[in-house]
Design a protein around this ligand. Structure first.
Ligand SMILES: Cc1cc2nc3c(=O)[nH]c(=O)nc-3n(C[C@H](O)[C@H](O)[C@H](O)COP(=O)(O)O)c2cc1C
Length: 368
């Protein structure tokens, strides 16, 4: 099969596709990861310091599987070496109650071309009690300082969190401000709506997690702003779920040109959906969405018109005389489609320009 370019990166690392294998303690090592159809496999979670290793050993006594190595660094280095011989990019999910081992693992993952994932997600009382895992989400000052320190190493950094622990959007904004590259969010019961809020409020790459079991559940996350979806439990039984999602997402990228194209604003889409909105003449959700994003009506029109120099500027027979005001390719419209045909402008090219227009809106929103 020809390689499809999803144009995906975390930090300076190119990720081949938007599927992520999420960490499962005691299971997600390199031998498991290389049998799964993910672009990024997050190994671990690994316990890095004395306190987390001790806590993990307590959890093992209670019957939970854990990676509880007395000396985890050589093990992780070896695992990254194995992953480096494959096309799957590796990530390392790390738990620690102290910063020093995180800096050490950051240096290692950076050298090995892997991503570091700071675990602010584990909710086992043994981990929280020593200031690791989910505890970090409750201490934004410490979390922010740790992110800043880790980023001094230049490692591409994701932070894994769980929804519903503290204010999710405030937490995501703090992670963004501190300089992380990505947020890996276990949405729990909040689902795709939370992904939309985080997409609108931050510049982070978003890995959406929880109950992704097939393409339908993945697509809901993509269309609300997820850059990636991650799978844990559905990957335990085998590779079928990941294979299905990958095949469908590749097909969508090939035929539509924008695998995580947003919904229209009037259908509840995230801010990127402004790319499909028409002129601000109707009484519709466009107005309050612009207001919330801190974009004036004049600025909105100016950004749309700045794309009139591209092929989107054509389409004299469309509703508002130019395709900058036209909707998503999957929404039927004979006027837009005949303009595309007259110009020899493909659906994929059309949507790729709509994507650039969406990015222009994101870069001028007010993030405060
Ligand atoms: C047995 C088990 C162990 C897990 N261990 C970790 C871990 O070490 N680190 C982590 O960040 N998440 C861990 N998770 C959470 C998963 O990565 C994922 O966030 C969660 O299972 C929800 O995704 P899913 O619906 O695809 O399973 C674990 C989940 C399970 C079921």
């Amino acid at each position: 099969m020809t390689q499809i370019d999803f144009d995906l990166t975390i930090g300076d690392i190119k990720i081949p596709n938007p599927l992520v294998l999420a960490s499962i303690a005691g299971l997600t090592n390199s031998s498991f990861a290389i049998t799964r159809s993910a672009g990024l496999a997050i190994l671990g979670g690994y316990n890095l310091d004395e306190a987390t290793i001790k806590a993990a050993k307590e959890l093992v006594k209670k019957g939970r599987s854990e990676f509880a190595y007395d000396d985890p660094m050589p093990v992780i280095k070896n695992e990254l070496g194995v992953m480096n011989a494959t096309e799957i990019i590796a990530g390392v999910n790390a738990r620690s109650s102290t910063l020093e081992p995180l800096l050490e693992i950051a240096e290692l993952t950076h050298q090995e071309g892997a991503i570091l994932e700071l675990n602010a997600h584990c909710r086992q009382p043994e981990m929280e009690a020593i200031g690791a895992g989910q505890f970090l989400a409750r201490d934004l000052t410490k979390l922010g300082e740790w992110i800043q320190e880790i980023k001094q190493t230049d490692v591409p950094l994701s932070v894994k969190i769980r929804a519903g622990v503290v204010g999710d959007v405030e937490l995501a904004k703090a992670i963004d401000r501190a300089g992380a590259d990505a947020i890996h969010i276990d949405t729990m019961d909040s689902g795709p709506t939370l992904i939309k809020k985080i997409r609108n409020a931050t510049t982070l790459k978003i890995i959406a997690n929880n109950s992704i079991v097939d393409y339908s559940s993945a697509h809901k996350m993509f269309s609300m702003g997820a850059d990636y979806v991650s799978v844990a439990r559905a990957a335990m039984a085998g590779d079928i779920a990941l294979q299905e999602i990958l095949a469908e997402v590749q097909s969508y990228q090939e035929t539509v040109g924008w695998y995580n194209a947003p919904k229209h604003i009037c259908a509840g889409g995230d801010l990127r959906g402004l790319t499909y909105c028409c002129t601000p003449v109707k009484d519709c959700p466009l107005h309050y969405v612009l207001k919330r994003a801190g974009i004036t009506k004049e600025e909105y029109v100016r950004i749309k018109e700045s794309f009139k120099g591209t092929k989107l500027g054509a389409g004299p027979d469309t509703c508002f005389g130019s395709m900058v005001w036209c909707c998503k390719i999957t929404r039927p419209c004979p006027w837009r489609d005949s303009s595309l045909q007259d110009l020899g402008f493909s659906d994929v090219e059309y949507m790729q320009l709509k994507k650039q227009l969406a990015e222009a809106f994101l870069s001028c929103r007010n993030l405060e």
